[in-house]
Design a protein around this ligand. Structure first.
Ligand SMILES: Nc1nc2c(ncn2[C@@H]2O[C@H](COP(=O)(O)OP(=O)(O)O)[C@@H](O)[C@H]2O)c(=O)[nH]1
Ligand SMILES: [Mg+2]
Length: 447
């Protein structure tokens, strides 16, 4: 991807809407836009100004009345000259505006190309660029908060301070290499070891937060399991506050998988009412057990519902104990009919009238997720970051080992450099074309 040319793309979603934005970025952005714009001469207007005028297609026909925002390098999102055309929404007008930009000399932007240019021009680091995509995709308060934290540079700061500590240690170690003929020790081994140990514990805390980070970013998949007629579908409906699953007193009613999303305490929960489980008459049957295991395998959390009127059967207890893939929350339903002997107490039916009825269950769901990690300084939500953090922690571990065993100082610096390299990959201080295209190709076009 060259940054010497000028690109254009539609930045807003398709379909009918009051307004839409088509943007252009690159050295020719203002000239290209001015060729289509009848009003002020955009090439001579000051930076950061808005101009109302007529937009013309390349055949001269007036397409729309628009507002052009003009930005000049380096004070723009991409760090290049940019024009953002606010036109009326709807597919036709927007497509014509884009066509005319292309006819005047821009080329169509690749996905994420604006943000990639911003990165290449030093407007954002890689973590912040990824946060832009996460922000667009965030669908809960906590996912939003994590991406805003990253976008504002807090995550990069945390990585940066880890790098600074490692650089400090590396500098001291390298000083010794420079003076190795003179056989002096500049650095106090104990002080180096404690700096490295501190870095290591911060890295471990970051790594520990990844399990929670993924749940915050992707949502928590909760599979509601239990015997037919236990009240799973009723509970799902009560939790999401609408009738998503079919409720019936004929066992085996839920045949298709029903999934419904609900935000609780800023976390997105994706509840799945298990299907197929109910086709067999009893959980003890081979097929029933196989299917429940199958459903449970895809869960981050299992909500096991039993019917208090029937009791928490031995086979059910056995089944719950055998689930290893995810934490299980046991709830006894139909407390209005019989006392609950195990787990949380629920009346799914009553909860339909009174939505505070399930508050204990909601709290338990959030707690079960938060248990996945201690309160981290910065939440790691990206598998890419996780990979680099693991390798950085390994390298720091090796350098600690090198210190402990009194290895030559150049062995120590090799490991420190490896750790620094990994941290640099996270923020993009070190990067390759391949990594960039893997990241930015997942972006929307126009971002
Ligand atoms: N008395 C009582 N009945 C309930 C409760 N929850 C569900 N039911 C009833 O139990 C039956 C089975 O419920 P359903 O949600 O379809 O169970 P599923 O097969 O596990 O999905 C329905 O007739 C529900 O109305 C409850 O808390 N109390
Ligand atoms: Mg059901």
């Amino acid at each position: 991807m060259a940054t010497s040319d000028t690109v254009a793309a539609i930045a807003t979603a398709r379909g009918r809407a009051a307004l839409a934005i088509v943007r252009a970025s690159g050295p020719e952005a203002i000239v290209v836009a001015s060729r289509c714009f009848e009003g002020q001469d955009l090439t001579t207007v000051p930076a950061h100004t808005l101009h109302v005028g007529l937009w013309h297609a390349d055949d001269g026909t007036a397409v729309d009345q628009v507002v052009c925002a003009v930005y000049r390098a380096p004070r723009s999102y991409t760090g290049e000259d940019m024009v953002e055309v606010s036109c009326h929404g709807g597919d036709y007008v927007v497509a014509r505006v884009l066509d005319s930009l292309v006819a005047s000399g821009a080329r169509l932007a690749a996905p994420g190309e604006f943000t990639q240019r911003a990165f290449l021009n030093g407007k954002l680091d890689l973590v912040q660029a990824e946060a832009v995509a996460d922000l667009i995709h965030s669908s809960s308060a906590r996912a939003h908060r994590a991406s805003m934290d990253s976008l504002r540079g807090r995550y990069s700061e945390a990585i940066g301070s880890l790098r600074d500590t490692l650089l400090e240690v590396a500098a001291l170690a390298e000083l010794e290499i420079d003076f190795s003929d003179e056989d002096v020790e500049f650095a106090d081994r104990g002080a180096l070891a404690s700096l490295l140990a501190r870095t290591q514990s911060l890295l471990r805390a970051a790594l520990d937060s990844f399990a929670l980070g993924v749940l915050v970013k992707e949502g928590v998949r909760v599979v509601i399991a239990g015997r037919p007629n236990a009240g799973k579908s009723t509970l799902l409906n009560a939790l999401v506050g609408e009738d998503r699953a079919i409720v019936s007193d004929t066992p085996g009613t839920t045949r298709d998988t029903v999934t419904a999303d609900q935000e609780i305490d800023g976390l997105l929960f994706r509840f799945t009412d298990t299907a197929g489980l109910h086709d067999s008459r009893d959980l003890i049957e081979q097929e029933g057990v196989r299917r429940s295991r199958e459903a449970v395998r895809r869960a981050d959390l299992v909500l096991y519902v039993y019917d208090a009127a029937v009791g928490f059967q031995a086979v059910e207890q056995e089944f719950v104990r055998s689930i290893e893939v995810a934490p299980v929350l046991v709830v006894g339903n139909k407390v209005d009919l019989a006392p609950v002997t195990h787990g949380l107490v629920v009346s799914a039916l009553a909860a339909r009238q009174d939505h505070t009825e399930l508050n204990d269950l909601r709290i338990a769901l959030v707690r079960a997720v938060e248990k996945c990690a201690a309160d981290p300084v910065r939440l790691v939500t990206s598998a890419r970051h996780q990979g680099h953090l693991v390798r950085a922690a390994d390298a720091v571990e090796r350098s600690l080992e090198a210190l402990r065993t009194g290895m030559p100082v150049d062995i120590l610096t090799l490991d420190l450099r490896a750790a620094l390299h990994e941290l640099g990959c996270i923020t993009g201080a070190v990067t390759t074309e391949e990594v960039l295209s893997a990241i930015f190709s997942k972006f929307c076009i126009g971002k």
